[in-house]
Every structure is written in structure tokens, then in C-alpha cells.
Ligand binder design. Structure first.
Ligand SMILES: C[S@@+](CC[C@H](N)C(=O)[O-])C[C@H]1O[C@@H](n2cnc3c(N)ncnc32)[C@H](O)[C@@H]1O
Length: 326
């Protein structure tokens, strides 16, 4: 049994001030305004068109949070802020934080949602703000580039030639898979707005001849095929159980006999109480999507079995499941 929380830890859980200070600083673009220089308050306030006395309170808090340093009356970015929070840095991750900030008001609806069971949003970010959605995918792509090749190797896809990456985003997995398996060709299927970015990342990876892009709505449009492998990575938590059951069945139709359907997502354990991160992610999905949810591994297995798959198995605990088309 894990130990109980202390009172101090309970207070810490309920304390979000620093979160909103950081998100606001990213929204104002404080870190880019400071850039590589040491700048005084009036200079930064002028660049941000902000009220200097108020801004100074925010900057001082950011100093205490170790994101800035202060010498005399001048502020500098910490090396981490310079690397990850200044817009022109190739390792900028601010878009992800901007997404959290954009969802801030939705979190305010949590009490009402729990009381009534009614959701407060009617569409998810990829539909409401494709530009922000695309920028977030680009950040996730950069992070995913590190784990993608290992994931590809663990799946042991040698001998498979045609991959469909359904809701493949900017092509993070398709690119990693093609890099690991030289005989593989991939189709990235996604919404038209997302594919504009995918075109860029595929070109940067020099894989235009092996990765094709198919634009459409996977719930409405044909998926093409036949494929040897269909990958559904982080797409099912935006949808209802029934939509997922239908989409999995459709994906299986697009597979050749013996083809593998691989689902990578954030699954919950049977009790619904773990993994811990996923239980919080479930709430995030509850208040930021129209009808999404996190599902149990056993429910994903049910979709695969319902679609007629055999040899269904959990390849990675609460993360990856697979079914094979007979
Ligand atoms: C969280 S991203 C996952 C991207 C990628 N599979 C990965 O693992 O990095 C979800 C993706 O699903 C796409 N998507 C959402 N609804 C879709 C739909 N109805 N048809 C096609 N793509 C959709 C989004 O555009 C986005 O690229």
C-alpha cells in the first residue's frame, strides 16, 4: 500500500498559482521579449505593451520560479527558458503551454460538468483552432522523434510493406517507422488542415517518395488499402465508445488478411484508478472534448474482437494493444 498524503502535499495539489503565472508569461511572450539580452523593466514593458509596475510583479515571480534571473533592475532568461520558451528557438515548447492556457476556462466548468454530466465544449482543439492544434502537434512531433524509432523497433514490423497511420498528425510515427524499416511505405490519413504541416515534416525527413498523404475524416471517408499494418496512435480518446468500435471495424476492413491493427493510446486499468497520469488526463478529456474519454485496455480488446480480429493482445501495459485480421 502506498503511504497517505500529508497535509502539505494536499495543499500543494490545490495550489495552481505558479501554473497560471507561467502560462500567462508564455501567452504574453515575456521570454521572447527578453531574448538573449539582459533587459530592464521599462524595455520589457515597452516590448510587450504592458503596464510596467504590474509586469514587474510577474517578472519577480518568474525569478522566484527560476525561469528568469534578476541583477539590479535587469532581467535575463534562465538557460532553460532561453532554450524552450523563446519563440525562435528550435526547441520552443510554448505551443503546448498555450494550449493549456487556451483550455483554462474549460477547467472552470468542471464543477458544473460533474454536477450535470453535461460537457461544456462542442468540438476539440484540432477542429476549433487548427493552427494551435498544428503547432502543438509540431511540439509533440519533436518530443516523439526521440521515442518513435524505439516504438517502431519494439513492434517488429520486418516484412510488412504498407502502413496506414490513421490520424497520423504530422507524421511522427510514419516517419520513424519508415526510417526503421527501409521496405515500408506509409500513408498518413488526417484532416486537411493538419496535413499542411505533415507535408512539411515529411519533406524535411526526405521521405516524400515513401510517405503519401490522404486527406479526410476517418469517421466518414474511405481509408483505402489494403494495408499490412494500421496504426491508430492517440486518436481514440477524442471519440465515443461506439465511434471507436465503428472506426476499428473500418480499419480492419482496410487490412489485408494477416494484417496487424495496432492501437496506441492512454488506456486505464480495470479499476479505472491507474495509471495516475491517465486518470487526470481522463478529466482533461472530459472537459475539453465534446464526447471523448479514456478507455480501458479491455474495451480496446472488445473493439478488436468485435471487428473480427484474432490473436488480440496487450503489447505494452495500458499503452499498446494489437489484433490480427484472420
Ligand atoms: C493527438 S493527435 C495524434 C497524432 C499522431 N497519431 C501521433 O500519435 O502523434 C490526433 C490526430 O487525429 C487527427 N484527427 C482528429 N479527428 C480526425 C478525423 N475525424 N479524421 C481524421 N483525422 C482526425 C487530428 O488532426 C490529429 O492529427
Amino acid at each position: 500500500m502506498s503511504r497517505e498524503l500529508s497535509l502539505a502535499e494536499i495543499f500543494q495539489l490545490g495550489y495552481y498559482w505558479e501554473t497560471k503565472i507561467l502560462l500567462t508569461a508564455v501567452k504574453l511572450d515575456v521570454f521572447s521579449a527578453i531574448g538573449e539580452q539582459s533587459r530592464d523593466l521599462d524595455d520589457i514593458a515597452g516590448r510587450l505593451r504592458a503596464n510596467a509596475p504590474t509586469l514587474s510583479l510577474l517578472l519577480n515571480a518568474l525569478v522566484a520560479m527560476k525561469l528568469l534571473t534578476k541583477e539590479g533592475e535587469s532581467y535575463r532568461n534562465s538557460s532553460t527558458a532561453l532554450k524552450h520558451l523563446v519563440r525562435h528557438s528550435p526547441q520552443y515548447v510554448g505551443h503546448l503551454l498555450l494550449l493549456h492556457d487556451a483550455e483554462w476556462n474549460n477547467w472552470g466548468q468542471l464543477e458544473e460538468t460533474v454536477r450535470t454530466g453535461n460537457r461544456s465544449v462542442d468540438r476539440h482543439v484540432f477542429e476549433t483552432d487548427p493552427e494551435l492544434g498544428g503547432n502543438v502537434l509540431a511540439v509533440l512531433n519533436r518530443i516523439g522523434q526521440q521515442s518513435g524509432p524505439d516504438f517502431a523497433k519494439r513492434l517488429k514490423l520486418v516484412g510488412r510493406e504498407r502502413l496506414l497511420d490513421l490520424g497520423g498528425g504530422v507524421g511522427t510515427n510514419a516517419i520513424a517507422f519508415c526510417q526503421v524499416y527501409p521496405e515500408l511505405r506509409a500513408t498518413v490519413f488526417d484532416l486537411p488542415a493538419t496535413l499542411k504541416l505533415t507535408e512539411k515534416t515529411v519533406k524535411e525527413a526526405g521521405l516524400e517518395s515513401r510517405i503519401s498523404l490522404q486527406s479526410g475524416d476517418f469517421n466518414r471517408d474511405q481509408l483505402g488499402g489494403p494495408y499490412d499494418v494500421v496504426l491508430m496512435s492517440d486518436i481514440l480518446h477524442y471519440q465515443t465508445f461506439q465511434m471507436n468500435q465503428d472506426l476499428v471495424a473500418k480499419a480492419v476492413v482496410s487490412l489485408a488478411p494477416g494484417g496487424r491493427l495496432i492501437i496506441k493510446d492512454r488506456f486505464l486499468d480495470e479499476a479505472g484508478t491507474g495509471p495516475a497520469w491517465t486518470t487526470a488526463f481522463t478529466i482533461h478529456i472530459l472537459i475539453n472534448t465534446q464526447h471523448g474519454g479514456c478507455y480501458k485496455t479491455s474495451e480496446a480488446m472488445q473493439w478488436l474482437a468485435h471487428a473480427g480480429c484474432v490473436s488480440t493482445e496487450e503489447l505494452e501495459k495500458t499503452a499498446v494493444v494489437q489484433g490480427v485480421k484472420p
